[in-house]
Design a protein around this ligand. Structure first.
Ligand SMILES: Nc1ncnc2c1ncn2[C@@H]1O[C@H](COP(=O)(O)OP(=O)(O)OP(=O)(O)O)[C@@H](O)[C@H]1O
Ligand SMILES: [Mg+2]
Length: 495
């Protein structure tokens, strides 16, 4: 060796920071810090100017930071001494999560004793020389937000100069709402154990700067991906144990009841089959929601398989976490150990046995499903989410043409008509705007249309209508006509 040179990292490396974060994973990373700081309440607030989203805050009632701690907090990759139950690990989360969506991060914090500290990190400054602004404590005004989380001590992390979508128009009001919904689903899933145990409450609200007013906060509800009524399958859930390098790793193997269709199964409103696999927890925080980590392959036949790994201390030596805390990588040895895992109670049941059990449970339930009375196939007019569920749940009379639902002009006093020729359920257009609240579209009024479909689909079967069919349709039309009239009166007196 000729000499040794110290090559300081170029601040330009900041560019890559946080590129793997989604909005949901970024906010969860900030909340991890809140939880590590002992907070049991968190408020996530979107700032808007009219319909434009312009900022975001995460406020907590944790223990806050003193002047030294907050300086360290702003440093990239500064790893403090972590407690055994901390989520923090890399010393990067706050910065990477925030810079993934904003160019300016402001941290205001109040530790016990009531002093206040403020720091601001601008992406440009960090890229130039890693410098950070120290803010004047008298200008910080954290009270308004801290009081929302019942905090005397606490911390507020704020994003400004955000890179949220910035197109105008009505679509954008939806961006904030859609993001709030996705965020709520994600946080409800990731922290479901803490929320259900009353150890954490997360509220989300939207603050309109033009009006100087916040909307009503919504509390995030726990979504337990294993929260099903007693298992339909005897003997499950059961615990298999994987042995690797002297560590004993319990795998809690669940078989989701085949009839489960609710939010605990359809995570994020998606097909629950996409969420088969491992559920990995670290100190009751969900790190991974499904996925087989290359141990086996995903397969629709395994839709009902969900396996909980929540002894993170035993698992830690055999996995790698990524800094976004989104999913983890299993070591080669862990793969092998899981495929060899056995139930210690009977010394027999293997991981392969468990998987094939979930497959037979699903296959049997499908067979049973075919005994369900077939329905007409729903077509245009019925919301696609509803069509998807109908197709998943019941066999269809595919030998017939599908049935559609449309609005049309009709004689006054009529509510609906069936046309067997065109296989259409017509609804009286006169009631459309009232029943949809004005927001019309091809698949509007999903609830009403679904009820009408379920009520009448049988009438599209077979040959001619007999006198009894015709009479029944007349009865329905009369009754529904009276109902819609009562609905109109009710709505007009409410205003
Ligand atoms: N809300 C908060 N309340 C109190 N301290 C905080 C808060 N947010 C951040 N900190 C402090 O800032 C430090 C840096 O946070 P950051 O998220 O960047 O890294 P980390 O949590 O240590 O590790 P990781 O990269 O795994 O998240 C934390 O270790 C903690 O000491
Ligand atoms: Mg962190």
């Amino acid at each position: 060796m000729l000499e040794r040179r110290v090559l300081e990292p170029d601040p330009g490396m900041i560019k890559g920071l946080g590129v793997h974060h989604t909005m949901e994973s970024a906010v969860a990373d900030l909340i991890d810090n809140s939880v590590d700081a002992g907070a049991d309440r968190v408020l996530v607030r979107f700032d808007t100017e009219g319909v434009q989203p312009v900022g975001l805050h995460v406020a907590d009632n944790g223990r806050g930071m003193d002047g030294h701690q907050v300086d360290e907090a702003m440093r990239l990759g500064r790893q403090r001494d972590y407690g055994a139950r901390d989520q923090g690990h890399f010393g990067i989360g706050l910065k990477a999560a925030s810079f993934s969506h904003a160019d300016t991060i402001t941290v205001r914090t109040t530790p016990a004793g009531g002093e206040r500290h403020g720091r601001r990190l601008r992406r440009g400054d960090v890229q130039r020389d890693y410098s950070c602004e120290v803010l004047d404590p008298t200008t910080l005004h954290p009270e308004a937000l801290l009081s929302r989380v019942g905090g005397v001590t606490g911390t507020i992390v704020s994003w400004s100069d955000t890179r949220f979508p910035r197109t105008g128009g009505a679509g954008l009001g939806n961006w904030v709402e859609d993001t709030r919904t996705r965020l709520s689903q994600h946080l409800g899933l990731v922290y479901h154990r803490l929320i259900a145990a009353g150890r954490l409450r997360i509220d989300i609200d939207i603050y309109d700067r033009d009006l100087g007013r916040a909307g009503i906060p919504e509390s995030v509800a726990a979504v337990d991906p294993l929260g099903f009524a007693v298992s339909a399958v005897p003997g499950y859930p059961r615990t298999l144990v994987a042995h690797v390098g002297g560590d004993r790793i319990p795998l809690r193997c669940h078989v989701v009841p085949p009839k489960a269709g609710g939010p605990n199964y359809r995570l994020y409103g998606r097909d629950g089959a996409d969420f088969q696999g491992f559920y990995v927890y670290r100190h009751d925080r969900l790190l991974q929601a499904g996925g087989w980590n290359d141990v086996v392959t995903a397969d629709r036949a395994r839709a009902l398989a969900r396996v909980v790994l929540d002894d993170f201390a035993a698992l830690a030596p055999h996995v790698r976490l990524n800094p976004e805390k989104k999913g983890i990588v299993f070591s080669h040895d862990l793969h092998g150990a899981i495929t060899r895992a056995v139930d210690e109670a009977d010394h027999r049941t293997t991981f392969a046995d468990y998987l094939s059990r979930t497959e037979t449970v699903l296959a049997d339930s499908r067979k049973r499903q075919h005994k369900r009375r077939p329905m007409a196939e729903p077509a245009k007019g019925l919301h696609e989410d509803v069509r998807r569920v109908i197709k998943a749940e019941v066999p269809l009379r595919t030998e017939e043409e599908p049935v559609q639902i449309r609005w049309d002009a009709m004689a006054p006093g009529r509510f609906f008509e069936l046309d067997r020729e065109t296989r259409t359920i017509y609804l009286n257009k006169k009631y459309r705007s009232v029943l949809t609240g004005g927001a019309t579209g091809l698949s509007d009024a999903p609830l009403l249309k679904t009820l009408m479909f379920l009520l009448t689909e049988d009438h599209f079967k077979g040959q001619q209508w007999g006198p009894r069919d015709k009479d029944l349709l007349e009865v329905w039309d009369a009754v529904l006509g009276a109902a819609v009239q009562a609905e109109l009166n009710y709505r007009s007196t409410r205003r």
